[in-house]
Design a binder for this molecule. Structure first.
Ligand code: HEC
Ligand code: HEC
Ligand code: HEC
Length: 422
């Protein structure tokens, strides 16, 4: 880790201890008898299902092959690994004896029932924007799930960060607790969209650049990196080869792909899968709000002929593409005709500034998460070497994307492959 990071951490620790001494120790909230399902109305539980889908709670709180909401999914951060906790209503290992007040405090302030501060890998800086009604519905939904006995493994974090009270310093910098207020100058739909994006949807936690201690940099949505994937800027959707519009974006969020822009891959896949379960009015509102954030379209870069300096590599890539990819992505491939798939030339994985998403998609494929069977692409990690992936990338970028070559693709592929295996 770079020295600069340590200076930051040290600064925050000092600021944290000095200014936030009072916040470091939070009182416990008394345990309760687990509520019975009859304590909640079925309307509230149904609304809670929608809130929990808007918030992707299941994505993080479910381990691979594990019971829903029972936790133990490892989250890799620059500071080590944090495991998600069990949020089923089991009393010993979950949140069975948490009152609504304790649950609300966790979402609004990042504090557990017993008073310990929670790590911001849990995006409470966004959930704090949720309305009390939504939080109480989410509580009703979660408290009526099947209790599961499961305790998360111990976190594996850098030593100073194991001392949770220091998080008070982080909260001082980044947590602005309290629900979002409507902007009366904007439409109801815009306000609904902003509420979902900034609150439950926590879109900025992946789509913003993070500073060295994991705080979101402003301006928000200028693009970030998550699990080795590039999360593109959400303010540059008019600056793509085919500018997005509100309906395309709404379709993408609901269905996990857009006929004009391709599929939601990597960490965006589960987000879209969650959003497929919320009412269409919500995904429309999110799209309306996100489109209002766009920087004006610039004239697209002139489609240069191949600018790759490595003609031999591009040619090698063309041969590999013909064998491995063209059956689905070639212009004459049946998929193009049947599913109306967009050309790879329109995919941000091909036109973006970094090769990371193309590498990830080739290594991992696009899993079969959506009802549309045509969104499936097989993984190539066991089939193609990093050199071959770099050649394919050089070809796709130059001949299909018509963009200047990326540099160091092979090294990136080796690095990403290694990180994926961890
Ligand atoms: C990006 C991943 C992520 C998402 C999404 C997420 N959580 Fe969490 N959550 C975590 C992590 C990590 C922890 C544990 C933090 C710690 O141990 O300090 C946690 C902890 C919690 C806790 C405290 C539980 C305890 O035993 O201390 C509650 C309550 C909670 N989450 C509820 C939710 C709800 C409700 C949602 C959806 C609205 C949600 N979480 C979505 C990552 C996530
Ligand atoms: C069996 C069919 C199949 C094969 C073979 C295949 N793909 Fe795909 N690929 C897909 C599907 C389906 C998607 C999801 C795209 C969509 O819905 O537009 C996809 C998506 C992609 C995307 C992301 C485009 C987007 O949606 O944003 C890229 C890039 C890509 N593939 C590259 C490749 C490369 C390079 C190869 C060869 C190494 C390859 N694919 C082989 C079926 C295939
Ligand atoms: C867990 C991290 C994560 C969260 C949360 C998340 N995204 Fe994404 N998103 C990504 C990644 C990674 C990609 C790139 C993968 C791809 O294009 O298939 C992406 C791609 C996108 C794209 C396509 C951009 C392009 O140029 O191709 C849009 C639009 C988008 N996200 C919107 C949203 C919105 C709106 C939200 C909140 C409701 C959201 N995302 C929440 C990680 C995330």
């Amino acid at each position: 880790m770079k020295t600069k990071t340590w200076i930051w951490i040290a600064g925050v620790l000092v600021a944290g201890s000095a200014a936030a001494a009072a916040w470091m120790i939070q009182p416990a909230i008394a345990p309760i008898q687990p509520p019975s399902p009859n304590d909640f109305t079925s309307d509230s539980i149904a609304r809670g299902a929608r809130v929990v889908a808007q918030g992707d709670c299941m994505v993080c709180h479910t381990a691979a092959g594990g019971a829903p909401y029972a936790g133990s999914l490892p989250l890799r951060t620059p500071f080590g690994t944090i495991y998600t906790t069990n949020i089923t209503p089991d009393t010993a290992t979950g949140i069975g004896n948490w009152s609504l007040a304790a649950f609300t405090r966790a979402l609004r302030h990042g504090v557990a029932r017993d008073g310990h501060l929670l790590y911001p890998a849990f995006p409470y800086i966004h959930y704090t924007r949720m309305s009390s009604a939504d939080i109480s519905d989410a509580y009703a939904y979660l408290m009526t799930r099947t209790p599961v006995v499961s305790r998360a493994p111990d976190n594996d974090l850098l030593l100073p960060l194991r001392f949770r009270p220091m998080l008070a310093g982080w909260n001082l910098l980044y947590l602005r607790p309290g629900p979002l207020q409507d902007d009366p100058t904007q439409s109801q739909e815009w306000n609904r969209g902003r509420y979902l994006v900034d609150g439950a949807g926590h879109c900025a936690s992946c789509h913003s650049t993070l500073d060295p201690i994991g705080g979101e940099r402003s301006p928000a949505f200028s693009g970030g990196n998550i699990d080795g994937w590039d999360a593109p800027a959400l303010t540059a959707l008019l600056q793509t080869p085919k500018p997005w519009n509100r309906d395309q974006l709404a379709h993408y969020l609901r269905h996990g792909w857009s006929p004009e822009h391709g599929a939601a891959a990597g960490p965006m896949g589960p987000v879209a899968h969650s959003l497929s379960q919320v009412p269409e009015a919500d995904t429309n509102a999110i799209a309306t709000y996100i489109m209002s954030l766009q920087k004006p379209a610039t004239n697209p870069a002139p489609a240069a002929a191949s600018t790759s300096t490595d003609a031999a590599r591009v040619q090698q890539g063309a041969i590999l593409f013909a064998g491995a990819c063209a059956s689905c992505h070639g212009t004459a491939a049946p998929m193009m005709a049947a599913g109306g798939r967009p050309s790879l030339a329109l995919s941000s994985a091909v036109t973006g500034d970094k090769p990371d998403n193309l590498i990830q998609i080739v290594l991992n494929g696009v899993p079969w998460a959506h009802p549309e069977p045509t969104t499936f692409m097989p993984p190539f990690s066991a089939v193609l070497t990093d050199t071959q992936i770099a050649s394919i990338a050089a070809y796709v970028r130059a001949d299909i994307g018509k963009r200047p070559a990326w540099s160091d693709v092979e090294q990136r592929a080796t690095k990403i492959r290694k990180e994926n295996q961890q």
